[in-house]
Design a protein. Structure first.
Length: 330
């Protein structure tokens, strides 16, 4: 059982905490329980929240010494560094191999603790200027949804915290398991970390130009050639207009969205079928085992065969990172 401990701090954002609690702490009918979720604070007892009520936390910092993943779901006020005890607890957890994760302003706590020095990280777009000024040793990725280094991960504000938590579930237990969690939450199963934050709404003229029908149409035809010209013709607009709509509404180009969907479809087939790797590549529009392998290495840091060995049939083994191994014939 993978133990997740969320470190809360007054005034605690209830939504950021709920991002982690709902992904890691809820038992879902028909879905094996993979995580044990708990909440801790530097001083157990009542912890005020931004929502106007107090929550009662019974565990102290020693919970971080038992956690496999430590989540800091926000850290306010931004100008208040964590105490020496909190810094030591975060560093100790990281040094012994726990995964350390922040949601929204939680990146400030990780940066104050020195865990982000020399690394890339992200936080809410509205806090980016202050973060960059306070932590020049951190390479701030201002626009992305989340950044995952394996041992440390950071997310942008609010909803991006759910994206990051689902991404971590996907890394632990595969795309199929994560998709079932997301479906239960009525959430999109996967948003790439490199997608843009929504710092401002689209231009009003574009809000009603929904891409949903086109996305559904394309997702059902991943095995077919889907050029930008064909997508634009289906949408009834120019290629330039279509590219602009994708950027405004999804934060990625049509090509980036299509590649992400094809990789996600390939992951699901590798988990749930015994199709040869070359057949998986053809069914998902990635043309060949060689191209599928190249795309997997670029996106996931592993090969299709290694991914299948780790996650085939929703493996019940303890979570582990997919091994890096050369692809062999199937």
């Amino acid at each position: 059982m993978h133990r997740v401990a969320a470190l809360v701090h007054a005034p605690q954002s209830t939504f950021e905490l709920a991002c982690a609690a709902d992904v890691f702490g809820v038992t879902r009918r028909g879905l094996p329980v993979r995580y044990r979720f708990g909440v801790c604070a530097e001083r157990p007892g009542p912890v005020p929240t931004l929502a106007g009520y107090d929550m009662v936390v019974t565990e102290g910092l020693d919970a971080l010494d038992r956690a496999d993943t430590v989540v800091v779901p926000g850290w306010l006020p931004l100008a208040e560094p964590p105490s020496d005890a909190v810094v030591r607890a975060l560093r100790r957890a990281h040094e012994r191999g726990a995964r350390v994760v922040s949601i929204c302003s939680g990146a400030f706590a990780l940066a104050y603790a020195g865990l982000l020095d020399g690394r890339s990280a992200t936080t809410h777009w509205a806090q980016a200027e202050e973060f960059a000024a306070r932590f020049p040793a951190v390479r701030l990725e201002r626009d992305v949804l989340y950044v995952d280094h394996g041992d440390i991960a950071t997310s942008a504000g609010s909803g991006a915290g759910i994206d990051l938590c689902l991404h971590l579930v996907r890394a632990d237990h595969g795309a199929g398991y994560a998709a079932r969690v997301a479906r239960n939450m009525v959430m999109p199963p996967h948003r790439e970390g490199g997608q843009l934050q929504y710092a401002a709404p689209p231009h009003p003229a574009q809000i009603d130009s929904s891409l949903a029908p086109l996305l559904d149409w394309a997702a059902a035809r991943l095995h077919e050639p889907l050029t930008l010209d064909r997508l634009a013709a289906r949408a009834g607009c120019s290629t330039r207009t279509l590219a602009r709509r994708f950027t405004e509404q999804l934060g990625v180009s049509p090509g980036q969205w299509l590649l992400a969907r094809r990789i996600a479809a390939a992951r699901e087939l590798l988990e749930t079928s015994d199709l040869a790797v070359d057949a998986v590549a053809r069914r998902t529009g990635l043309s060949s085992a060689t191209n599928l392998r190249r795309r997997f290495l670029g996106a996931l840091g592993t090969t299709p065969s290694a991914y299948r060995r780790a996650f085939h049939s929703a493996s019940h083994r303890p979570p582990s990172a997919p091994a890096r191994a050369a692809d062999g014939p199937r």
